[in-house]
Design a protein. Structure first.
Length: 169
């Protein structure tokens, strides 16, 4: 294999046009999120509409991307019936201008959980409410872990909460 390019990726794929042909950009036209694996129907090349393609998701994160979200369609062995889809980003909803190292979880309605490094974590509900559900019999602690200071039940207009405590001091 020739290594004429300074880029390891280009150099490693040089003279492997078959590999290049198995990768292409595609748009999601339908999502089936009911089974053990999420399946997507795609629009890739003009006459190429792969159906029921497995969308590869990382452990600990799942999403159901909107129609026309884009990503990469990979045909294992060059065969469309052995495809997988990676990605699912939609240009209209993507969060932009993030600080290097920051992370954001968002939906197409504008609800956002933003880990903004030294500025902490910001939760913004543009629609609906913010809902925290502890395990049965457990409390929600505001301002600490529940074992590192003094806490009091949060007062509401109807009286004290039954399992929400705030750190005092």
């Amino acid at each position: 294999m020739s290594h004429r390019s300074p880029s390891w990726l280009v150099g490693s794929l040089e003279d492997l046009n078959g590999v290049h042909g198995t990768l292409r950009r595609a748009l999601i036209t339908k999502v089936d999120d009911t089974g053990n694996q999420q399946l997507v129907n795609l629009q890739a090349l003009k006459a190429d509409s792969p159906q029921k393609v497995v969308r590869v998701l990382p452990h600990g994160f799942s999403s159901n991307p909107p129609i026309n979200a884009e990503g990469i369609f990979k045909s294992l062995g060059g065969r469309s019936d052995r495809g997988m889809f990676i990605g699912g980003e939609h240009y209209q909803y993507r969060q932009k201008n993030l600080t290097s190292g920051a992370a954001v979880l968002y939906d197409q309605n504008g609800n956002i959980i933003y880990a903004n490094m030294q500025n902490g974590i910001q939760i913004s509900a543009k629609t609906g409410m913010v809902y925290v559900k502890p395990a049965s019999g457990q409390n929600v602690y505001l301002g600490g872990t529940g074992s590192d200071g003094t806490y009091a039940l949060v007062s509401t207009v109807s009286g004290p909460a039954i399992n929400v405590l705030a750190k005092i001091g």
